[in-house]
Design a binder for this molecule. Structure first.
Ligand code: ARG
Ligand code: ZN
Length: 879
């Protein structure tokens, strides 16, 4: 096995160390599209000039293009001047400045990889990041070649809307029922930001007046009949535009901003200049069909893509290794926006929960890589939680280290100095080093090292001196190709409580005045810091607000977590105390050593937290959501998913029994009243109501089942409806079966709701869940070619249903491997993303690990594997 396994790793890839500036720059691009579903003609005229001398030939990327002709300065190119391969064209003997013209034919209908130009629902869409533009025309497809684009689109009248980046400068009718439009984008851009959309679309239009008083037209395009359903997205867009002005001083720069929704899309959304393209699941929402989570994600993704206009588009990446210079930064910006819209603490808890669920396992497994990787085979495989979410944590940590004012001054300098350029992580950090005069090389180290730092804190209180010494240690486990790690700057936001849970003041190291909270930064492998002026033996509350992306262990009595859970003024740490208590209790059960007294005490504490009138429902809902089975599997390898499932159910059942009266009263008291509103407060009430019902179902008495049925039947919004269905699913039986069938009948014409219907069933804990999932792959509404539908069923099963996916027979693994092999034939990007559940085999008990490895090996040995899947499966198996 080792031979096959190591082959993709040793296969030539792209290395950061090999970066060279482009041999040619492109000043102008004229594109001419004659659209037809299976035979589109693309003519490109590039104005090129040599960059930095020499007489190198011109090399342009191109994949799957049928060449029709080439010309240089208007003269057709003789066949002996150029060589075409499956990846590029090389043209010899070119002058220092010239125009290069090419004409190609492409087949958008046949393009099910959904990269380049493709069709969906009879319309045309593009996706070019990272390397999709080369599937449209010959071009130096790299982010450091910035050009001005003029785009002419010609099509039949059955495609009424013809859209591209920038401003519409001409349009008109042609003979034989055809028409055309010409777009010009005044801002030089890399080709990955090019976009084209054509077809019959409805429109919601609005206006935004910028801080300096310019009026911008906002247009959201959707499938016919859907326009009213993007009102929330429009509202989010306007709030995001204002927020970027107020918080980063960034105004929108064109007179028109467009977003188009598309059903078939490989990921979430794309920030093409002036013409964002969104997965329809992240744009379309109405009270009946969208959940609160949908609203939340729409708000955050609309903001994310809009924020890219400055962090990504005006300032882009020099090469794809620098991806986090736009993604990590932009995620940090969208998280800050969401926190302002929805509340700091609740947002932070959700962000950290996502980081731990997706990024921590990646960082601890075979696919670990630095936020700025230094080599790859397929860049598509590096749109990861590490680049996005850990990248965001590093920017947040930078801001914590230097403070909000210097952070803003550094960002101002960044925009001023690098506008219109393609930059590196070093360029980004240099701005903050310059405004603070500080050595920030430690921040760069955060970008260069894979692995989650493990921090340990040993507090020692000296009652005589009234001091608290903290012995701090940090270490990062070795990751592939990086055995030795340097210590990183780690800011610990901390405070102290007394035995009654009241805040205690203290004097921070180097300070004179007492304070309630301080940031202590340590950047050595071991360091001791001393806090002074502390009246009594304190309970430490550290890493408040999750001030650094690390794991932390504090040597403290078990009692301390109960005190923080009940009293910590930092809500993040209050939640964290509950999570860590619950995790340890469940893990004790997994090891067949249940701590029944501790469990009872924890459940009583939960009950008091539920009764606390001063905290919000959204926060209570998060407290009730005990660590997931996946969290537990990560916490105590080698994991036994069946034992984990049982242990988690047992603690939930105890909570349901002890707190039944309180849960029932909450469930009755939180019945939604009045018209639906997606605001955070109302969403919090719905979340808490679903959470108590979910908890009650762990007991699952006949009256609980009746309650769940009534909950589902009375639902007027999708959050409540799905809350009821998933509660019924826990009990199974006739009530569940008929509710699932009725749901399908009611929503069969709403693809986004039917995605939820597939996803719900994929999460079923019933013993026949896998058989049902397999049957569903044959359902008339199942279509693996639509990524949303495929992910709803297959990815949900593999990622969200650990107990059934990890069936001891290996049937779950076999199913996933079969699906990966099948979709890899037409959509390698989506196929590769499904490998993660198998890649974590080292964390599972040996019998399961062996079965998981065998499926990875089977995938790797299957003929005609894409480089995307080969790279990740190879890495997952390599020693
Ligand atoms: N830039 C896009 C975003 O931030 C994502 C592009 C993902 N591309 C890919 N090949 N996976 O939302
Ligand atoms: Zn992004």
């Amino acid at each position: 096995m080792t031979d096959i396994a190591s082959a993709p790793e040793s296969a030539p890839g792209v290395r950061l160390a090999d970066y060279r500036p482009p041999a040619f720059l492109v000043d102008e691009v004229h594109l001419d599209f004659r659209l037809a579903p299976s035979s589109t003609r693309v003519t490109a005229r590039l104005t090129l000039r040599r960059n930095g001398g020499g007489d190198a030939p011109l090399v342009l990327n191109g994949r799957g293009l049928t060449p029709i002709r080439f010309a240089i300065d208007g003269i057709p190119l003789a066949a002996d001047r150029y060589t075409v391969t499956s990846e590029d064209v090389t043209v010899r003997g070119v002058p220092d400045a010239f125009t290069f013209e090419s004409e190609v034919e492409i087949d958008p209908d046949a393009n099910r990889a959904l990269e380049g130009l493709y069709t969906s629902g009879g319309r045309f869409y593009t996706q070019c990041e990272a390397e999709g533009f080369r599937r449209i025309t010959w071009f130096p497809d790299r982010p450091d070649v910035l050009a001005r684009y003029t785009v002419r689109i010609e099509a039949e009248a059955t495609y009424p809307r013809l859209l591209s980046n920038g401003n519409l400068i001409d349009e008109g009718k042609l003979e034989n029922g055809r028409h055309y439009a010409v777009w010009q984008d005044p801002f030089p851009k890399p080709c990955y930001l090019f976009a084209l959309v054509a077809g019959d679309l409805d429109l919601l239009e609005d206006r935004f007046v910028t801080a300096s008083g310019r009026s911008v037209v906002l247009r959201l395009f959707v499938d016919p009949g859907q326009a009213p359903r993007v009102a929330y997205a429009m509202d989010a867009l306007k709030r995001a535009m204002r927020w970027d002005e107020e918080n980063y001083g960034r105004e929108y720069d064109l007179d028109l901003f467009m977003i188009v929704a598309v059903r078939d899309f490989n990921m979430g959304a794309m920030e093409n200049k002036g013409l964002n393209i969104f997965n329809s699941s992240l744009l379309i929402a109405d009270p009946e069909t969208a959940t609160d989570l949908d609203y939340e994600r729409i708000e955050s993704v609309v903001a994310h893509e809009y924020f890219h206009n400055w962090t990504g588009n005006r300032i882009t990446c020099r090469d794809w290794f620098q991806l986090c210079v736009k993604e990590g930064l932009t995620v940090f910006r969208d998280q800050s926006f969401s926190a302002d819209m929805r509340g700091e603490a609740v947002q932070r808890i959700k962000d950290v929960r996502a980081l731990r669920a997706r990024q921590f396992p990646e960082d601890a497994g075979p696919l670990a890589h630095p936020a700025r990787p230094d080599h790859y085979r397929k860049i598509d495989n590096f749109y990861t939680a590490t680049v996005y979410e850990k990248g965001a944590e590093i920017v947040r940590l930078l801001r914590t280290l230097i403070g909000p004012d210097d952070y803003r001054r550094g960002m101002d300098l960044y925009f001023q100095r690098f506008d219109g350029q393609a930059v590196t992580v070093e360029d980004f950090i240099s701005c903050f080093a310059e405004v603070t005069g500080r050595d920030l090389s430690g921040v760069l180290s955060w970008y260069l090292q894979a692995g989650t730092p493990e921090v340990s804190v040993t507090p020692r209180y000296d009652a005589g001196a009234k001091t608290l010494s903290l012995d701090l240690r940090q270490a990062v486990a070795p990751t592939r190709g990086m055995a030795d790690k340097v210590p990183l700057p780690i800011p610990l936001r901390l405070g102290l409580l007394d035995a009654e849970g009241r805040q205690q003041s203290f004097i921070a190291p180097g300070a004179v005045e007492p304070t309630g909270e301080a940031i202590v930064t340590f950047d050595k492998a071991e360091e001791t810091v001393t806090l002074t002026g502390i009246a009594e033996e304190p309970v430490l509350s550290t890493l408040r607000g999750f001030s650094a992306p690390v794991t932390v262990t504090v040597a403290e009595p078990g009692e301390s977590r109960f005190i923080r859970l009940a009293n910590d003024p930092d809500l993040f740490n209050r939640w964290e105390a509950g999570q860590s208590l619950a995790r340890d209790l469940m893990l004790a059960r997994v090891k067949s050593k249940p701590d029944t007294a501790g469990e009872r005490r924890f459940v009583d504490a939960l009950g008091r937290a539920m009764a606390d009138q001063s905290s919000e429902p959204a926060f209570k809902a998060l407290l009730l959501a005990l660590p997931s089975e996946q969290d537990l599997a990560l916490a105590a390898p080698p994991a036994d998913p069946a034992a984990i499932h049982e242990a988690r159910d047992a603690l939930r059942k105890l909570a349901a029994e002890v707190l039944r009266g309180q849960f029932e009263a909450l469930h009755d008291g939180l019945v939604p009243m009045g018209a639906f509103s997606p605001d955070a407060e109302s969403a919090g009430r719905r979340a808490l109501r679903n959470a108590v019902l979910d908890m009650l179902m762990a007991a699952g008495t006949p009256s609980d089942i009746a309650r769940a049925k009534a909950h589902a039947d009375a639902a007027r919004d999708m959050t409540t409806s799905l809350g009821g269905l998933s509660a019924l699913m826990q009990a199974g039986g006739a009530a569940y079966d008929s509710a699932v069938a009725a749901f399908y009948t009611r929503w069969q014409d709403e693809p986004l709701v039917i995605d939820k219907w597939f996803a719900l069933q994929a999460r079923s804990p019933a013993s026949d869940a896998l058989d049902k999932v397999k049957t569903l792959t044959g359902h008339p509404a199942f279509d693996a070619k639509t990524p949303n539908r495929f992910r709803a069923l297959v990815a949900t099963f593999a990622q969200m249903n650990p107990v059934r996916f990890h069936d001891p027979s290996g049937a779950g693994y076999r199913f996933l491997a079969d699906q990966i092999i099948a979709i890899d034939r037409f959509n390698p990007q989506v196929a590769a993303r499904q490998l993660e559940p198998l890649g974590g085999w080292r964390r599972y008990k040996p019998e399961l690990a062996a079965l998981m490895k065998a499926e990875l090996a089977r995938i790797l040995a299957s003929p005609d594997l894409s480089p995307n899947v080969a790279e990740l499966a190879g890495k997952a198996l390599a020693e």
